[in-house]
Design a protein around this ligand. Structure first.
Ligand SMILES: [Zn+2]
Length: 489
């Protein structure tokens, strides 16, 4: 009897193993097969020189001093007009808000829904104290050793100028789009977009413009970054996380430190923060993360492929692994980060007030209200006042992958980066495109820049630089996508 049972069990296990194996190898590649894009139809060194020249203009945006860099933005506008004469003759250019630019490339078919291609003109400042760590002057705009060096090369003048190069080259070849293409170029992306992207969306809305889809900066072509994947991964951001900061304060009676109460303001706040950090919001391999792994799995080999293909069985194990790394953990859940604590100013005085700030990055599917409820529950102390930061924003909706916009991006990636595999991804940082989700359900965040893991620190960091060859691929990407998507789908 027992022998029979054991044999039966063994049979079941074998059947399961066979089913898992078959399931793993049956899932073929989902990558589209396309011919490679033609070589660049322009002088790449001259184009690199034009981008480098723009990096000399210090278009640093600031929340506190919105007009501080006005002269640099004016100079950038003049620089664009000077170097891209065909674009400035054929496209309508409007200055929106204070320094944002909206270019309209009118299509022959006025009734066809338009598309929007985005980039931003502003850059982040150099973090004080890190100037000396740069091997070049960050605002000298140098082309050296095969790289274009300087603040903004990667984020985001590279995208902006690659788009301009593509438009100029298309116009030179006599190209005219069938449908209208807008270029929306914010000037305060790094500090909210409220003075750039937002008034542009309001302007388009007031004109009753119908949008098919939107492409903004975003995820990258990651070379050797994703464990288990030997090919570069081109991730198209189909959603971005929300942003939620809460300020906490706790008032108690101040007093002499010779006769302290059992629980001081500092003690209570610390205990509450420790509880909060020990209670992460629930996560899982769902939504965008599941789509991403499902698309990448067939491109992997061995155990990784097996585990990611059979998530219905392996999810708990895989999730445990992903949670160990901060970057992959951030794809699975709303993250909690304790960012400020403040209390006390004298060693023998009990402070009457303890303050803290907590920053959450909200996963699509979660809400600001849900995060606040979780926060209050986890703090477990009703004496702590909770106040939401006014700039908090909900996560974006998830854009469809079964959409012409996604397919155009996917195709252009495969044409320019034939060895890369394309998959949907989740943007954990914010972009100006979040303001466009009211105008179109199909907003995609992708920068056609091939980077290694080491390069990621150059975004907003030290020694920001773009390989000249990579810039050529960026221009080719925009050429392909503009040419193809100018035809309404
Ligand atoms: Zn950016």
């Amino acid at each position: 009897m027992i022998k029979k049972l054991l044999l039966g069990l063994l049979g079941l296990l074998l059947a399961l193993a066979v089913a898992l194996g078959v399931n793993t190898w049956r899932q073929g590649s989902r990558q589209v097969a396309v011919p490679p894009a033609p070589p660049l139809p322009l002088d790449l060194d001259a184009a690199a020189g034009r981008l480098a020249g723009a990096l000399r203009l210090r278009t640093v945006s600031s929340l506190e001093n919105p007009t501080g860099s006005a002269a640099a933005f004016d100079a950038l506008h003049a620089y664009l007009a000077q170097h891209y004469p065909r674009a400035h003759a054929a496209l309508q250019r409007e200055v929106v808000g204070q320094q944002a630019l909206l270019y309209t490339w009118k299509g022959r078919d006025a009734a066809a829904p338009a598309i929007v291609v985005m980039a931003h003109q502003d850059v982040v400042p150099i973090a004080p104290g890190t100037e000396k760590a740069w091997s070049v002057d960050p605002f000298a705009g140098e082309v050296k050793d095969g790289f274009i060096w300087g603040r903004g090369a990667l984020d985001n003048k590279g995208n902006l100028f690659a788009q301009m190069e593509a438009v100029e080259a298309l116009l030179a070849s006599g190209f005219q789009p069938a449908r209208t293409i807008y270029f929306a170029m914010g000037a305060d992306e790094e500090v909210s977009g409220l003075r750039g992207a937002v008034p542009i969306t309001e302007l388009l809305q007031s004109r009753g413009v119908k949008l098919d889809w939107v492409l903004d900066e975003g995820l990258l072509v990651l070379d050797g970054v994703l464990p288990g994947l030997s090919k570069p991964a081109a991730l198209i951001g189909v959603a971005e996380k929300g942003y939620a900061t809460f300020f906490l304060s706790l008032d108690t009676a101040p007093g002499h430190s010779s006769m302290p109460p059992q629980h001081s303001a500092i003690g209570q706040m610390s205990a509450a923060l420790a509880r909060l950090e020990a209670t992460p919001m629930s996560g899982g391999i769902r939504g965008v993360a599941r789509d991403m792994f499902g698309t990448l799995a067939p491109e992997m080999s061995g155990l990784n492929r097996f585990m990611l293909t059979n998530l219905w069985l392996t999810a708990p194990l895989v999730q445990g692994q992903l949670e160990k790394s901060p970057s992959s953990n951030a794809m699975l859940r709303t993250t909690t980060a304790l960012t400020i604590v403040r209390a006390g100013n004298k060693d023998n005085v009990l402070p009457g007030r303890a303050e803290a700030a907590v920053n959450f990055r909200v996963l699509p599917g979660d809400t600001l209200a849900g995060v606040e409820a979780h926060l209050r529950r986890a703090l477990g102390n009703d004496a702590i006042q909770v106040k939401a930061y006014p700039g908090n924003s909900e996560p974006s909706p998830i854009s469809p992958t079964a959409h012409a916009g996604y397919r155009h991006i996917e195709r252009a990636v495969r044409e320019v980066f034939p060895d890369a595999v394309v998959a949907p991804g989740l943007m954990t940082a914010a972009t100006d495109s979040r303001h466009f989700t009211t105008l179109s359900p199909a907003v995609y965040r992708f920068s056609p820049i091939r980077v290694s893991g080491e390069d990621l620190a150059r975004f907003h960091g030290t020694n920001e630089r773009l390989p000249v060859a990579a810039y050529g691929d960026m221009i080719r990407f925009y050429l392909q996508i503009l040419r193809a998507s100018a035809q309404p789908s």
